[in-house]
Design a protein around this ligand. Sequence first.
Ligand SMILES: Nc1ncnc2c1ncn2[C@@H]1O[C@H](COP(=O)(O)OP(=O)(O)OP(=O)(O)O)[C@@H](O)[C@H]1O
Length: 319
Amino acid sequence: MFIEVDGVEKVFDVRRKTGFLKRERRQVRAVDSISFTVARGEMVGYIGPNGAGKSTTIKMLTGILTPSGGRLRVAGIDPSRERRRLAHRIGVVFGQRTTLWWDLPLIDSYKLMHRMYRIPDARYRENLDRCVELLELGGLLEVPVRQLSLGQRMRGDIAAALLHDPEVLYLDEPTIGLDVISKAKVRGFLRELNTDRGTTVLLTTHDLQDIEQLCSRVMVIDHGRMVYDGALAGLHEAGGSERILVVDLERELAPIEAGEAARVVKVEGPRQWLAFPAGESAAGLVARIAAEYPLVDLSVREPDIEAVIARMYADKATA
Ligand SMILES: Nc1ncnc2c1ncn2[C@@H]1O[C@H](COP(=O)(O)OP(=O)(O)OP(=O)(O)O)[C@@H](O)[C@H]1O
């Protein structure tokens, strides 16, 4: 297995000031004995609520943090022991932070990485050309990073993480704050990277559509523990989660009757909200409504991860 995580834990010692001289010592178990493996070429989503332990896991996989217990291997390497050797084989993108030099034109950051990673010239050129083309960076190379939009900067960061041909790419919230078009570009690129080059991808996100469009497998962590590992459809089933179809009709009408497929949960003038199982396609439902009602516009809202996980617990508690 390319990534092996076996009973890995991370405990932080936290000191908190509780009074003038008083300090309280507390331990935070950020990751609590998790185990999983990822095969070479897999693209896996890693999701969970805020503070669940996702970033801590990624930091241990890159070697930035040393586990408090358990066993961890990436490409056969113990990340925290041989962080520099591993660095040549992995790429990391933190959506909320950039690895690019803020004041320099984008191309200068790439030139610095070329030297830092000692990437052979031909390989550097080839990878750069490919990223510039696929991530549409052509017109941006001479622009200082601080002047790039968030979406442009994110594409710039993804290219930076790939110049040294990593076998695995860790992405922490790569679509956070991006508009619909930028999201589509980033997702398209990642899909291609995974299918064409076989790069293993571990993707942390709050956007279930990232997972839906990219990953056949999703792992869910909550309070440091792995609570689900499987297909996204199975997660929706386990959580009984629902998507919401919002339809605008020509005029105010009685609640739409969609039979078993969906139920109206809200009506506001000509706008109606219908809940339907998240694992099912909206296409059939939309077609049926369009055939019988004067439909003007529609949109689909995804369930958020917090809601899906909360429902999983609610189901377990009542089971
Ligand atoms: N350096 C640290 N020192 C102390 N506690 C920490 C440290 N880093 C993380 N934690 C704690 O560990 C827990 C897990 O944090 P982590 O950042 O891994 O969560 P996350 O799932 O990535 O959350 P988010 O989605 O908000 O980024 C949290 O309770 C956090 O406060």
